[in-house]
Design a protein around this ligand. Structure first.
Ligand SMILES: C[S@@+](CC[C@H](N)C(=O)[O-])C[C@H]1O[C@@H](n2cnc3c(N)ncnc32)[C@H](O)[C@@H]1O
Length: 318
């Protein structure tokens, strides 16, 4: 039995979303439902996504999923698909979207899910429990591709050295084996504050789950779905994700050209699609003590304007 997931920045997220009775809100990352619980308590209707079938199975036991007019509707899908999934359910506009884009404690604490290097388990790391696993990647990708992933998604400066060691040690089947190879390649001082395997594990997890593509698509989807005055709130756990969120909200709230890059003559200033973007909101010291996993979290949020949503190349949609 794993410890339940403690929701991160919960009060701050709920304050950002400002749910009112009857509001329709998307919880893009249901997890253990910590945010959803508070949204339901405020009277909102919640459409919740999780690509992990275990999270959805637990959510199906909630009484709010039952009856003719359930207030909690669950989607065992990726959040990049939220526009399509909600469209199929007849929902075209929502009042809020929240994303909490890490892994859950349930995922991290179960060695058999293969996310953690502190305990030994199969080298898996798939949130959705299907598709190619971390073992498939490290055992079949060529050395240069592995080095690229470690460098881009883990900001591992010694990515080539680590990739060489991984390829030389193949096949790798467990998280323990992979962690050992990385520590040996980089030199691990026992008792050092940060395990040298941390960066590579993060990188491989991001790659296996296509996490940055998911985030980009979900931000675009949220912008298209939000009603004027609707709120977007995103909690991220590392700098790569936070950079994407910050840039997205900054561009959306600022001077974005509405003409296509390919048709500069059409360039004109588009109306901002977001207003009042928050700065980086970080957990209090008290929260960090109570929940060490909150330490790297950053919340950013903003309010949707009435301007038409942008397309992926920055143009306003008709
Ligand atoms: C940090 S947990 C969310 C915890 C939740 N806010 C709570 O309070 O219980 C992140 C969850 O998002 C899910 N997830 C991550 N990426 C996803 C994606 N692209 N699509 C759908 N779910 C995703 C994970 O499976 C995990 O259950």
């Amino acid at each position: 039995m794993t410890a339940p997931h403690i929701p991160v920045l919960l009060d701050e997220v709920i304050a950002a979303l400002a749910p009112t009775p009857g509001a329709v809100i998307v919880d893009a990352t249901f997890g253990a439902g910590g945010y959803t619980r508070r949204l339901l308590d405020a009277g909102a209707v919640v459409h919740a996504f999780d690509r992990d079938p275990d999270a959805i199975a637990a959510g199906r036991l909630w009484p709010e999923t039952q009856g003719d007019a359930p207030r909690l509707i669950l989607y065992p899908r990726r959040f990049s698909e939220m526009v399509a999934a909600l469209g199929e359910a007849g929902v075209a506009r929502v009042d809020g979207v929240v994303m909490d884009i890490g892994v859950s404690s349930m995922q991290l604490d179960q060695p058999e899910r293969g996310f953690a290097f502190a305990s030994d388990g199969p080298l898996d790391m798939r949130m959705a429990q299907d598709g190619p696993s971390a073992a498939d990647f490290v055992n079949t990708a060529d050395e240069a591709a592995i080095a690229d992933v470690l460098f881009q998604y883990g900001e591992e400066r010694q990515s080539r050295r680590v990739a060489r060691a991984i390829v030389a040690a193949r096949p790798l089947e467990t998280t323990g084996q992979l962690a050992h190879v990385i520590r040996k390649a980089l030199g691990h001082r026992p008792g050092a504050p940060k395990d040298p395997a941390t960066r590579s594990f993060q990188a491989i997890r991001i790659h296996v789950n296509a996490e940055l593509d998911e985030l980009n698509d979900a931000l675009t989807g949220a912008e298209a779905l939000l009603t004027p005055g609707g709120r977007l709130a995103v909690v991220s756990f590392h700098s790569l994700e936070d950079r994407i969120v910050k840039q997205f909200l900054r561009d959306g709230a600022g001077a974005v050209p509405s003409g296509s890059r390919h048709m500069p003559q059409m360039q004109a200033k588009a109306l901002p699609v977001f207003e009042k973007p928050s700065g980086a909101i970080r957990p209090t010291e008290e929260e960090e003590v109570r929940n060490p996993r909150a330490r790297s979290a950053t919340l950013r949020w903003a309010v949707r304007t009435a301007a038409p949503a942008r397309t992926s190349d920055g143009r306003a949609m008709a």
